[in-house]
Design a protein around this ligand. Structure first.
Ligand code: ZN
Ligand code: MN
Length: 146
C-alpha cells in the first residue's frame, strides 16, 4: 500500500519511532471505514500486541491528526471518532441513535471550501461537514410514540 509507506516515512522524518504496535494502529486507521474511536482501535490492536497501551493509541492518533493525515470527528460528550480511510474532503452523516457514521461524496467539499475562501479571504486548510439524524436501520426499529 503506497499511502502507508509514505506515512511511515513522514512519521520517521518527524522523529517518531515505528514499533510493530504503532504500525498496527496505523494500518487499522487507514483500513477502517467505520470511523472508530481510540478505544475501538485499542481493542483491535491489543489481542495482537498485548503490550500496547491506550496512551500509545492516543499519541499516534494525535500525531496523525496534527499531520492532517486523519480526520477527527469530535462528538463532544460522546468522544471522538477517527477517519483515516477516506482522505478526500467529504461530508459525514451521523446517526444520533446508533452512532454509525457514513461518508457522503454527494457534497463537493473542495468546491465549497474554494468558494468560501474566495468570498472571505480565508486560507482554508481543512474542513468538516456533519449531518446529524437517524439512519434507515434505526428508523425501522424505533418504537412509535403514543
Ligand atoms: Zn442508526
Ligand atoms: Mn469519513
Amino acid at each position: 500500500m503506497d499511502r502507508i509507506n509514505r506515512l511511515v516515512d513522514r512519521l520517521r522524518e518527524s522523529g517518531f519511532r515505528m514499533t510493530p504496535q504503532r504500525m498496527a494502529i496505523l494500518r487499522i486507521l487507514l483500513e477502517s471505514t467505520t470511523h472508530p474511536t481510540a478505544e475501538q482501535i485499542y481493542a483491535q490492536v491489543k489481542p495482537i500486541f498485548p503490550m500496547t497501551s491506550l496512551a500509545t493509541v492516543y499519541k499516534t492518533v494525535a500525531l496523525l491528526k496534527e499531520m492532517h493525515e486523519i480526520l477527527e470527528i469530535n462528538l463532544g460528550d460522546s468522544g471522538s471518532r477517527y477517519d483515516g480511510n477516506n482522505t478526500l474532503p467529504h461530508a459525514h452523516l451521523i446517526c444520533v441513535q446508533c452512532s454509525q457514521i457514513i461518508d457522503s461524496n454527494s457534497v463537493d467539499l473542495s468546491q465549497l471550501a474554494n468558494n468560501l475562501a474566495a468570498q472571505t479571504g480565508f486560507k482554508i486548510d481543512h474542513q468538516r461537514l456533519d449531518f446529524f439524524g437517524i439512519c434507515p436501520a434505526c428508523q425501522t426499529s424505533l418504537i412509535p410514540q403514543i
